[in-house]
Design a protein around this ligand. Structure first.
Ligand code: SF4
Length: 751
């Protein structure tokens, strides 16, 4: 089928899902197969960042995988036919499962997969492999925010409001999120709060986003200053790992200064008296001794947020969390404290205000709704809920009892691979759309685990560091080569459209899973047309929290053609009348002909998605990071991103325009620390933690606290910072503590 002359689609990278027009270029006119241009879409409003502008380069990367690869007898990866490659996979899976049981083959998915692929992958794991062990890299990304939102609101939709709503707020509190570098077009939505002096950024590093506050301490370059705040906002620069203390202190001020929206709390929440008591001990002066943020700044911010609340006559306030506070061993507690503060101020479920988590990966939102999580089935249903199992089993045409129970969450799963003393460890692993060698914490341990496998199958578009360890590499389609849907950080379901043909022998994961199912003897149907897969996904989601049953590709296309920019879930289909059901011979609910539900941009306006409709506040307290500073590791390490690179860098390192700007890993440290440690600007330094060590060039910067170093995580090899990060996890969500650990820092050669 010839691709259309121009496709309206979205960026392949982050969850902002900026709108793009893709125009195929005739052979010879350009080295690129397609021309990218921004289009007006509510999240990007005509803007793109450098990654988006250069994204066409990904399609023709010089080392693009175009044929399956098999590990040869000499240890090298060699080209193979699809038949050869799939035969090896089928033989390996069969051998492993016969010898060690069904759970001995595991699946690791990705938050960049389309909704259709994520759904098909979960279905494949549960009905063909019948393994409990499937999870995905979103566990590294959103798990703690998702857990906190689920228990507070009964629903996790990253932003339960359109991003554009931020524009009307008086104040926005951004916790651990550097949107000016990770999703630059989104900064447009902060303009209203900035113009009213209401942008508050909590970050141990003076990031590009902090720069938007115009904070006086930024101009003075004072890392923990107590000076006047900026004309557009405030920077709070806590000691790494103490964000929770900042939040407890803010709530303490709100409670003790009578700023709680008591009417709202009484009408829309439960449990707040416990929370009120729990923050009594966190007066700002005490908090300052732990988190390092001046008490007066804490008071100022608490009052600023309260004044912005509609209950006190303000235009509204939003509290937003990002990975900086979520990727913590107390991540769920930290997000819970953020939600408690938001509820105390009467923000969630009120037009123009709220709490939200800023999803990072392209389909981090949809990827966690359709069944590739260890504990969930499609529709964001719990896998141990008998009614959910029965519903999904009916859609899949299987016995509910054959669907395995919850498996290991991502970090535990990866850790278990190298546990060679355990009979229960997985011996085979499928990896789809994830580069765990670079992106997982304690990466050397992950590599050892991958090497211990009997069978590693990797589906990818380029030979990532993980693919290079595989026994079988399967080349797959990418963004502009495929049809499907994504779900943006706001829960907006949008269409991904094909603009060009895939090269060589490349296939879609939908085809691969269908072929494997057939060859493994399954009689479960695996359609390969994304629109058909979506229809099945929609039926499977019906009645669930993330209900897509009123949607289809055709409806999304028609909505867009009429000027609508996607629909927000839940979008339930009206239940058909009983006589209609029986006329169709159907036993379960199904999509009706009337698909007129308008979607749900703001799901909490009337009630929360809990049983009683009220939000649950839960008392939490500060414990501290799992790997705190000590004499042999006296410096905090925090990790993050740079504008030009995305996640493990598997894609962006192959874009020369981006690679040229930031070609190598670096370690950012304050000049005061540099002098103290005898480390000059440009000198190579070694960071050593309990897990291992990493080396990179030092960059002096007064943007960072003098007790902390910063390193971006987009590189492999000697500069792969996740070789030193800890794989300790949050006990509630399984989120690893990427964002803080203790290291020794010294010049290379001085050890
Ligand atoms: Fe937009 Fe994110 Fe793509 Fe940049 S990477 S163009 S912010 S979707």
């Amino acid at each position: 089928m010839a691709p259309p002359p121009q496709a309206q689609s979205h960026c392949p990278y982050c969850a902002l899902q900026c709108g793009m027009s893709l125009t195929p270029l005739p052979d010879g006119r350009s080295s690129l197969p397609v021309e990218v241009a921004p289009r007006d879409f509510p999240t990007n409003k005509g803007g793109l960042c450098q990654k988006g502008w250069t994204s066409a380069t990904l399609l023709s990367a010089p080392d693009r995988l175009t044929t399956p690869l098999l590990r040869g007898e000499g240890g090298e990866l060699r080209p193979a036919t699809w038949d050869e490659a799939l035969d090896v996979v089928v033989a390996g899976v069969t051998r492993i499962q016969e010898a060690h049981g069904r759970d001995a083959v595991a699946v690791f998915g990705g938050g960049g997969l389309t909704n259709e692929k994520a759904y098909a992958l979960g279905k494949f794991a549960r009905t063909v492999l019948r393994t409990a062990n499937i999870d995905y890299n979103g566990r590294f990304c959103m798990a703690s925010a998702a857990a906190a939102s689920n228990r507070a609101f009964g629903m996790d939709r990253g932003l339960p409001f359109p991003l554009a709503d931020l524009g009307g707020a008086d104040a926005i509190l951004l916790l651990g999120s550097n949107v000016a570098e990770t999703m630059p077009p989104s900064v447009q939505h902060l303009a209203g709060a900035r113009s009213r002096g209401g942008l508050v950024v909590v970050d141990p590093r003076r990031s590009a986003t902090v720069g938007l506050t115009g904070d006086a301490e930024v101009r003075a370059g004072v890392p923990t200053g107590a000076g006047p705040v900026g004309d557009q906002g405030v920077h709070l620069q806590p000691v790494p790992g103490t964000d929770l203390v900042v939040l407890l202190a803010l709530l303490h001020v709100v409670v003790t200064e009578g700023l709680v929206d008591e009417e709202y709390v009484a009408a829309r929440t439960t449990g707040f008296d416990d929370v009120r008591r729990s923050v009594a001990a966190w007066w700002p002066e005490r908090a300052e001794t732990v988190c390092g943020v001046p008490a007066e700044r804490l008071r100022h911010v608490a009052r600023l947020l309260a004044a912005a609340s509609p209950s006190r006559g303000g235009a509204g306030a939003y509290l937003l969390t990002g990975r900086g506070v979520e990727q913590s061993s107390q991540g769920t507690a930290t997000v819970t404290a953020t939600i408690n503060l938001a509820l105390a101020l009467g923000l969630p479920g009120r037009a123009g205000s709220g709490y939200g988590a800023i999803t990072g990966q392209g389909n981090g939102q949809g990827g966690r709704e359709h069944g590739q999580k260890a504990d969930q089935l499609p529709g964001y249903r719990k896998i141990d809920d008998p009614a959910a199992r029965a519903h999904v089993a009916a859609v899949w045409g299987v016995d509910p009892d054959t669907i395995p129970g919850p498996g290991m969450p991502a970090v535990k799963l990866l850790r278990s691979l190298g546990d060679t003393g355990s009979a229960a460890r997985p011996r085979g692993l499928f990896v789809h759309g994830s580069n765990v060698v670079v992106s997982a914490p304690n990466a050397d341990r992950v590599v050892a685990g991958l090497r211990a496998l009997d069978l590693l199958v990797v589906c990818d578009v380029v030979p990532s560091e993980t693919a290079l360890l595989a026994d079988v590499v399967l080349p797959v389609t990418q963004w502009a080569e495929e049809e499907g849907t994504m779900t943006s950080l706001e829960g907006r379901v949008i269409r991904r459209r094909r603009a060009v043909a895939a090269p060589g022998e490349v296939r879609s994961e939908l085809w691969i899973l269908a072929e494997l199912a057939r060859r493994l003897g399954s009689d479960v149907a695996f359609p390969t047309d994304a629109a058909v897969v979506f229809d099945e996904l929609a039926r499977a989601s019906a009645g669930g929290v993330a209900d897509y049953s009123g949607l289809s590709h055709a409806r999304l296309d028609a909505d867009e053609a009429a000027g609508g920019p996607g629909l927000f879930w839940p979008v339930p289909a009206p239940a058909p009348a009983p006589d209609e059901l029986s006329a169709r011979g159907e036993r379960t609910d199904s999509r009706g002909a009337d698909t007129s539900h308008p979607g749900t941009p703001r799901p909490f306006l009337d009630r929360f998605a809990t049983v009683d409709g009220r939000a649950r506040t839960i008392a939490v307290d500060h414990v501290g990071p799992s790997d705190d500073v000590r004499p042999d590791a006296p410096i905090y390490l925090v990790t993050g991103r740079v504008l030009q690179h995305y996640q493990s860098g598997a894609q962006t390192h192959r874009v020369s325009e981006l690679e040229r700007i930031v070609p190598d890993a670096f370690v950012e440290l304050h000049p005061v620390l540099g002098v103290r440690l005898g480390i000059d600007e440009g000198e190579r330094v070694r960071l050593t933690s309990r897990r291992g060590h990493v080396e990179a060039v030092a960059r002096w910067s007064d943007r960072i606290r003098p007790d902390t170093v910063f390193m971006p995580f987009h590189w492999s090899g000697a500069g792969s910072v996740n070789r030193v990060t800890t794989d300790a996890t949050d006990p509630v969500s399984g989120m690893p503590e990427f964002k803080v650990c203790a290291v020794d820092v010294r010049p290379v050669g001085s050890e």
